[in-house]
Write a protein that binds this ligand. Structure first.
Ligand SMILES: N[C@@H](CCC(=O)N[C@@H](CS)C(=O)NCC(=O)O)C(=O)O
Length: 208
């Protein structure tokens, strides 16, 4: 039986999980959740995901939520299928938890068409503050990526892929912090061109 993914089709958490399904070549059945109708707050949904947030997966009755935990589960369940996404070297593994710096980007997404669904707009001063801290982090990324292909070494891992959902919101919002740094730009463009991201970036569909 194929794994079922319950989510809204373009949310950042869905695209994170769906990218990993594609990288691992794991067929999945997509079950869209209409968050405009608050389906994720229904008793039926909360019975599976008690926080009333998307996504969760149903793997033959085994329910798992938290997008990063789901990605890790997929890698652990199918270690020898598709792309190997957790480093084999135990010293490279802690790098996975470093994949958070682009997270402030979510507060900048009011520029996107998607954001028309958001009720409140971020404070411009706060956005400037976040841009400054993100720029400083990306300077360090540029240094790291001048010496190695990916964040954890010379192989792509979950750490890299986890940057895609938020990082991809920056350019459409007119924020060029990625493209302004040559090594970060090379790295991020390569990630965005991967077939896994191309397959889901405009909306997730079942692959089974
Ligand atoms: N840490 C959770 C966050 C889940 C989350 O924030 N999901 C968002 C979509 S990306 C959501 O359901 N937002 C609607 C809400 O919180 O009501 C995860 O990674 O799965």
């Amino acid at each position: 039986m194929v794994i079922k993914l319950f989510e809204g089709s373009t949310s950042t958490c869905t695209t994170r999980v769906a990218t990993v399904f594609h990288e691992k070549k794991i067929p999945f059945e997509f079950h869209p959740v209409d968050w405009t109708k608050a389906e994720h707050k229904s008793a039926e949904f909360k019975a599976k995901q008690p926080f009333g947030q998307m996504p969760y997966i149903d793997d033959e009755g085994f329910i798992l939520y938290e997008s990063r935990a789901i990605c890790r589960y997929l890698e652990d369940k199918y270690p020898n299928q598709g792309t190997k996404l957790v480093p084999l070297d135990i010293r490279e593994r802690p790098c996975l938890s470093k994949a958070l710096p682009l997270k402030p980007a979510i507060l900048m997404r009011w520029h996107r068409p998607l954001s028309t669904r958001l009720s409140s707009k971020p404070d411009p001063a706060r956005v400037e503050e976040l841009k400054t801290s993100l720029a400083a982090k990306l300077d360090v990324y540029d240094e790291i990526l001048s010496k190695q292909k990916y964040i954890a070494g010379d192989n792509v891992t979950l750490a890299d892929l986890f940057h895609l959902p938020y990082g991809s919101l920056l350019a459409p919002a007119g924020i060029n912090l990625i493209q302004e740094r040559p090594h970060v730009a090379r790295w991020f463009n390569e990630l965005q061109n991967r077939p896994s991201w191309q397959a889901i970036k405009d909306g997730v569909k079942s692959s089974a």
